[in-house]
Structures are given as C-alpha cells and as structure tokens.
Design a protein around this ligand. Structure first.
Ligand SMILES: Nc1nc2c(ncn2[C@@H]2O[C@H](COP(=O)(O)OP(=O)(O)OP(=O)(O)O)[C@@H](O)[C@H]2O)c(=O)[nH]1
Ligand SMILES: [Mg+2]
Length: 194
C-alpha cells in the first residue's frame, strides 16, 4: 500500500558526537549539518596551556564549552539531531544531560592520541548506548587500520570502526548511516533473543 506524502511519519533521532579534546567533533557536526550549526566555542587562552594539548591540531584556537548542535536528513523520513559534546574532562558534568534520550553515539578518534577516546568508549559501554568509532584521518593520513584501532580500544566485535574525514559532508553522512544501521541491527538482534 502506498502512502501519500502527508501520511509519512518523520522519525527524528538524537545522536551524540563524543571523543577527546580536538579530535574533530565540532568539525564533523558543522560539515554535516544542513542547518546553521549551533556552536559554543571559546578561545583557548594562556591559562589553558599545559591542560589543553593541541599537539597535532596546532591551528586550533577555540574549544567547545557546552555543546554543538546540528541536523542531518538521512532520508525523507529520517532526521538526526546531532549533539556534539565538549572534549575536555572539566566539562564532563554536562554529559549526562546531553546523553538523555540519545539513541546512539559516534566516538570520534584521532589515532595520534587514541587513548583520549577511552573515556567516551567507557561511558557508552557502561550506559549500554550503541556507538561506533569514527577515526578522523587528519590530512588524509591513515595511520592505523580499523582492525588495529578495534584491538587497541578493546572493542566488542560488533562495534563498527570506520575511517572518515570530519571536514567532508559525504564522509560524515556515511558515519551516521553506518551508526543507524548498527543501531537497527542491534535492535533486531535483541528482539530476536527475547
Ligand atoms: N587537517 C585536518 N584538520 C582537522 C580535521 N578535523 C578537524 N580539523 C581541525 O582540527 C581542529 C580541531 O577540530 P574541532 O572540530 O574543533 O575539534 P573538537 O573535537 O570539537 O574539539 P573540542 O571541542 O575542543 O574537544 C580544528 O582546528 C579543525 O579545523 C581533519 O580531518 N584534518
Ligand atoms: Mg568541539
């Protein structure tokens, strides 16, 4: 049976974008968002030297202090609301609020500083939130294969690991499509087990 356009239900899902400091979360939300993204960037100052490690992202002069917000349509009837988290641990008190109602999460990783995404992986594993790891290939470099990243992070076999360029809209969209497929597969698997 065909549905007239007015009968279509629009599904809107909340997705978190997490990961360590300076891995490209704000860049990913901005490049993918089809609306003007909300950003809460504040300049890095001398006061944060020694705390905020900008190794590898030396051009970075600002950091997210509350959240990023954007929206991407995956299809005519599926829209994702993207909530980017702050990367620094001094803002972790915001995470529980941001995570409320999130269907899934993207953990952005920079293989030059892979350990920085451990807290995000740990957070979503503990909450039982489905997530994937998106390795942001700074300057197009692929330093480690997805399999090596999976091993290093000790991820469950079902957790997808994909390479991306956070600055590229199509690449970012692929990340979100993979996440939705992962969430759906996990939901089907759980339903079949009941
Ligand atoms: N060369 C290159 N630079 C990138 C890439 N992704 C992000 N950047 C740059 O890296 C810096 C960090 O990006 P952000 O998007 O601010 O990182 P973030 O994860 O939101 O950072 P915090 O909110 O401070 O934790 C910025 O200067 C970006 O322009 C990339 O794929 N390649
Ligand atoms: Mg940011």
């Amino acid at each position: 049976m065909d549905f007239a356009p007015s009968d279509r239900r629009l599904l809107a899902l909340k997705i978190l974008i997490a990961g360590g400091f300076g891995v490209g979360k704000t860049t990913l939300v901005s490049s993918c968002s089809e609306i003007m993204p909300l950003q809460t960037e504040e300049y890095l100052t001398n006061a944060s030297m020694g705390t905020d490690d900008t190794t590898g992202v030396e051009a970075k002069n600002a950091t997210t202090v509350v959240m990023d917000f954007g929206r991407i349509s995956i299809s005519d009837d599926l829209v994702l609301y993207l909530f980017g988290t702050p990367g620094q641990d001094r803002f972790w008190f915001l995470w529980d609020e941001l995570a409320l109602g999130a269907l899934g999460a993207v953990v952005v990783a920079d293989t030059r500083r892979l350990a920085d995404c451990f807290p995000s992986v740990d957070y979503f594993e503990r909450r039982g939130t489905p997530f994937l790891v998106a390795v942001n290939c700074f300057n197009g470099e692929q330093r480690h294969s997805p399999a090596k990243v999976r091993d290093a992070l000790d991820l469950d076999p079902g957790v997808p690991v994909i390479l991306c360029d956070a600055r590229d809209r199509e690449s970012g969209k692929e990340v979100f499509v993979t996440l939705i497929e992962h969430v759906m597969a996990r939901t089907r698997h759980r339903a079949a087990a009941v």
